[in-house]
Structure formats: structure tokens, C-alpha cells
Design a protein around this ligand. Sequence first.
Ligand code: NAI
Length: 242
Amino acid sequence: MLNGKTAIITGGSRGLGEAIGYKMASMGANIAIVDVGDPALAEKVCAKCRQEYGVEAKAYQCDVSDFDAVKQVVTLIKADFGTAHILVNNAGITRDGLAPMMKEEDFDKVIAVNLKGAFNMIRHTSALFIRNREGCIINIASVAGLMGNVGQCNYAASKAGLIGLTKTIAKELAPKGVRCNAIAPGFIATDMTGNQTDNPLLKMIPLGKMGEAADVAEAAGYLATAKYVTGDVLRVDGGIAM
Ligand code: NAI
């Protein structure tokens, strides 16, 4: 379904990004991982994409919050893969704290990675999509961006910002054949959250349990092929934000 396409996945070396990479590879897409973390993890994901799904896969070390570094990495990806068709802005961090006590650098860092990082990636890849008259951007937001969350004013603001970014890019690039959607995951078991069983938030989830990375990956696979869907925010949250 995505044969011959190239998907760039930020933060693709573990967690949701890793699962999204496998999903897209299973659909036939070549995978470019952009991550600032342990290169060995990213290489392991690439090796699995090559061996299990027979696609091309390569990892790039890059901090998505660095405008110039993102420009360089997109140039490298273009040289290696020829072009790109899908961008998943998944890289994200938390630096939690109550707003009255939050350090300025913790606010700035979360906005820089989660929100500006997505802008940087879109800024430098959109020329490829426009040239192809085809492209699909998926921004991984969060239910925190829809509902707010105590102790996460920086994170919730970054994710709400991502939703505004998503809708604006969807409007700007629709005439060029480029779609842009967001996924708002709820409480998903990954390294970021751990697999919690006693968190009181679990009681607020109508489906009664944490989600799995594969649930978010399914949604990304759907959006990658949903050719009449743009500007949407798809909740994958067990119903918590309805
Ligand atoms: P994770 O912490 O397991 O993985 C995040 C990945 O992003 C890591 O590989 C990390 O190295 C990479 N990364 C971090 N900063 C980066 C930077 N500056 N440049 C490039 N790569 C960077 O997190 P997880 O849980 O897989 O989350 C992925 C995305 O999903 C994040 O945007 C997160 O906010 C979002 N999300 C996660 C939820 C959850 O319950 N796990 C719920 C809602 C949203």
C-alpha cells in the first residue's frame, strides 16, 4: 500500500515512533528515522525493518529542535532516498512541574522539541512533498493538548500548539496535494509513561486500560492512506477525551 514511498519518523528509535516505523514498513514504506537518542536503538529498529519487511531503512542522529540540523538531515535523507512522502512528527519530551514552580528552561525545552521540532521538520520537508504533489504529515499530539493536564502546562501547550499547526498546514498545503493530520494518544504504555496499573487516571478511561503503541501505529497507518482526510485530530485514547 505504501510500496516505494519513504516515511520519515522522528523519535523512531523506541516507543510509539518505533511501532509506527514497523507499521509503515509492514505496509511497504522505506523508513528514515530521525532521533537524538541512542544510535544503537535506532539501528536495531532499522535492521528489523530491513529483515522482517524487506524495505530500506536508515537512521539519522539529529535534534529536531535545531533548525539548521534538521535542514541538513533532510538534505541527507533526500540524497539517500531520493525524496520523501510521509513525515511523522513523533519526537517528544516531558519536563513536568506545576506552573507556579516550573523552571523557564523546562517550559522552553518542551516547546522547542515538541512544537518547534515539528515545525522545523515540516519547514524543510514540505518542498519535497509539494514537488511530488503528494505528501502526508502526521503530528503526534496528545489528549493533554485537548484537555490540559495538571503538572504539564508546557507539554499541554506544546501539544495544543501542534493541533493548531496541523490545521494550518492542512489548509496551506491541501492545494498542493499534501495532507496533514494529528493523532492524540491518551495513556499509552511506553518508556515515557511506564506500564502503570495503579494510576488513578486509569479509572477515567472508558475502555478501562492503557493503550499499546500498536494502537497508535494502526492509526498512523490509516492516516497514511486516508486520501480524503486532512486537518483531523484522531484520538487514540480509550475514550478519555470524549
Ligand atoms: P519515548 O520517550 O519512549 O520516545 C521518544 C523518542 O523521541 C525517543 O526515541 C527520543 O530519543 C526521541 N527524541 C526526544 N527528543 C528528541 C529530539 N530533540 N530530537 C529527536 N528525537 C528526540 O516517548 P513515547 O511515549 O514513545 O512518545 C512518542 C510521542 O507520543 C511523543 O511526542 C509523546 O509526547 C506522544 N505521546 C505519548 C503518549 C504516551 O502515553 N506514551 C501519550 C500521548 C502522546
